[in-house]
Design a protein around this ligand. Structure first.
Ligand code: HAM
Length: 439
């Protein structure tokens, strides 16, 4: 057996890529409508960036980060998410001084050493946005609106929005003390990991899968479903976000407050969950992080953002009614030569076409004309341009239209010989779409 992709990673072949590009294009286009500019950050970062932001006790840092030393003994990590890198870049390039409020969009691969399963990969792809430099609840509303609009445009029609508030940092500290007090009598009955979490980040005890920890945590929580007790100010802020969503006609569910597994969140947190994705049903998630800029060495600036997993968006869109199948249109030109000796002329013609913005391919294997036409058909080309001795002598070309099409631009049959100049001009208008060389 030859080499294969490692579990949790996958190849995206040209035929699948059309769907990926549709999602990326929609995300880029709509983000631009909302005033976002694209940013690209490196795939490797200082590991400490994620310890400081995502949090030392988070699952991402504890178990999932691809972390390694380079030859200079620097502690590096493949980025597990985009927010920390974007804030690092915002500060490194002084955008807080030049722009103040910055709206940044990104798309690209992220890496987490998770146990692969349906919808969960070790290399996955996110698009996301970060609005850095504002604490207005309206920026939360706008971010949520943008997220939902992109998902809809990508064909996710059954996404349900879940929102909650984790309160301010002061609320979180107060809530942590309360939770610790309630858990303290049974602390020694918690699993080893939760005993460490008790001191470092007590909220993580609530996420533990161990049945005994789960029972103890539920008992400590009591009837209130949320561990976060909000101050009046935080409550007002949360109300403002919810009212903003209502006035924009965006339905949401706020009945099950939830904590997110990354440490930087404050106030609004949210997830968009899609039906039919099983356990990994979050297609997009995000929230506000009002202390991260300061924690990474910048001024105290509020920020909010979200990221969506492209693989999950595609899975959710595939399960949604009404997702349009990829267009079956033929496109482009296949240049076929009557004899192998004419290949240099064929190559020149292909280059002429490409120079005019027409997608053109040819075969280089010296196959028969029939085999070349079969190849043109398999590649879903719209036209085959056949070049023989006679055509060469007359500066002409024989053009054959492949497959049925309603808007036939070649009246009087689907094959004819025309002057080369006319052909080059015609193709500019007729062969717009691309052909698919791998089909
Ligand atoms: P997250 O919830 O860790 O948040 O990930 C966001 C989305 O990325 C998830 O909802 C899911 O669609 C996708 N995702 C995460 N892990 C995987 C995986 N292993 N396989 C496939 N898809 C995955 C963040 O990453 C935050 N940075 C979001 C954010 C931006 N918060 C504020 N700004």
């Amino acid at each position: 057996m030859g080499f294969q992709t490692i579990p949790g990673t996958k190849d995206v072949l040209p035929d699948d890529l059309a769907r990926w590009q549709r999602v990326e294009r929609a995300a880029r286009r709509i983000s631009r409508l909302y005033g976002y500019g694209e940013i690209r950050t490196p795939l490797i970062e200082d590991a400490a960036l994620f310890l400081r932001s995502v949090g030392e006790t988070s699952d991402i840092v504890q178990k999932e980060m691809f972390r390694f030393k380079d030859r200079g003994d620097h502690d590096l990590a493949l980025r597990p998410e985009g927010t920390a890198s974007v804030v690092r870049a915002y500060l490194e390039h002084n955008l807080h001084k030049t722009h103040g409020f910055a709206k940044l969009f990104y798309a690209g691969p992220m890496f987490r050493a998770e146990r692969p399963q349906a919808g969960r990969f070790r290399q996955f792809h996110q698009f996301g946005v970060e609005a850095i430099g504002s604490s207005s609840p309206w920026v939360d509303v706008e971010t949520l609106t943008l997220c939902l609009q992109i998902l809809r445009e990508c064909g996710v029609h059954d996404g349900a929005l879940w929102i909650g508030s984790m309160g301010s940092r002061e609320d979180q500290e107060r809530s942590a003390q309360t939770l610790r007090k309630r858990l303290a009598p049974r602390r020694m009955q918690l699993c080893q990991e939760c005993q460490a979490r008790f001191d470092k980040n007590v909220f993580r005890v609530l996420d533990c899968k161990n049945p005994q920890c789960h029972a103890i945590a539920q008992e400590a929580l009591g009837p209130s479903a949320s561990p976060f007790v909000l101050s009046a100010e935080s409550q007002t802020r949360f109300d403002e976000v919810r009212n903003g969503l209502r006035s924009s006609g965006i339905p949401f569910d706020d009945t099950q407050p939830f904590a997110r597994g990354l440490d930087y969140y404050t106030h609004t947190v949210f997830e968009v969950r899609a039906k039919g994705l099983g356990a990994q049903d979050a297609v997009a998630a995000g929230g506000r992080y009002d202390h991260l800029v300061e924690d990474l060495g910048g001024p105290p600036l509020g920020a909010v953002g979200f990221a969506a997993g492209i693989e999950r968006v595609l899975l959710a869109a595939a399960g949604s009614p009404g997702e349009a199948p990829p267009p079956p249109d033929r496109g482009g030109v296949y240049v076929a030569v009557a004899q192998p000796a004419l290949a240099p002329h064929g190559f020149q013609l292909v280059q002429h076409l490409r120079g005019r913005g027409v997608q053109a391919i040819m075969g280089y294997e010296g196959k028969s004309l029939k085999a070349q036409l079969r190849e043109a058909d398999q590649a879903a080309c719209r036209f085959a341009a056949i070049l023989g001795e006679q055509e060469l002598a007359q500066h002409s070309i024989t053009v054959k239209e492949l497959g049925p099409r309603s808007d036939n631009p070649m009246p009087g049959g689907n094959q004819r010989t025309i002057p080369l100049d006319t052909f080059l001009e015609d193709m500019r208008h007729s062969a717009k779409h691309a052909c698919h060389p791998t089909r």
